[in-house]
Design a protein around this ligand. Sequence first.
Ligand SMILES: [Zn+2]
Length: 256
Amino acid sequence: MELTWLKVEEWEKNGGPHHGFLGRQGGRSAGTYAGLNVSYEVGDDPAVVKDNFCDLKKAVGLHERSIVTMKQVHGDRVIDVKDKQTKNAGEADGIVTNQPGVFLGVMTADCVPLLFSCAERKVAAAVHAGWRGTAAGIAQITLRHLRDRYAIGPLEVSVALGPAIGPCCYEIRGDVSIPLVAKWGTLAERCLDSRDGSEYLDLRRLNRLQLEISGVSAGRIFDVGPCTRCSPNEFFSYRGQRGKTGHQMSFIGWPA
Ligand SMILES: [Zn+2]
């Protein structure tokens, strides 16, 4: 199967986690979901989604294993996954594991997928950040979780931010910008751009800045892939398809 499979070069060179940001290419879904849709919750045929999952796992070398996902709710909850038999970790927007052989997945279609890696401790996390999760500071909450539960500090962490809607396309209104600026002040303002009477948000950058002010080295934060809305053949885009779209998978874990 031909896949769009983006990786962090630095992780690949340095014996990093098994990971990837997948696109919509490959897969068996049709119509508006065409390609490798992995979400059961968008109206696609569940039997086809199941086949997509199977094909995907084979294609990335995780045949016979599960990729643990979560019920993403645009919230601020981060939970631990210990058991590789788990298929769905429950309601959360961040999942963390310190178990080699457990692979974590996050599904997106414009929101930012974040993959966290701690090479020394073989800990991984997969996080979903739309504007609400970003407003809640889900990236920082994940860092706090790593510190509190695993005694891992920000300097031990490397984070990759995957394909998401870019500042070229993410037009927003006050219902988004006002709460963001209320919570994050100048940090949020640095990620807003006004042009032609409209306001645009750089969601990926705001997540990056949250990580940087929490102590993650700027050089260990990686932006991977293009704007999802600008690349309709490669990636699902909620905005680009007016809400009727599939979701792509990003995954991470340490081989057992
Ligand atoms: Zn764009």
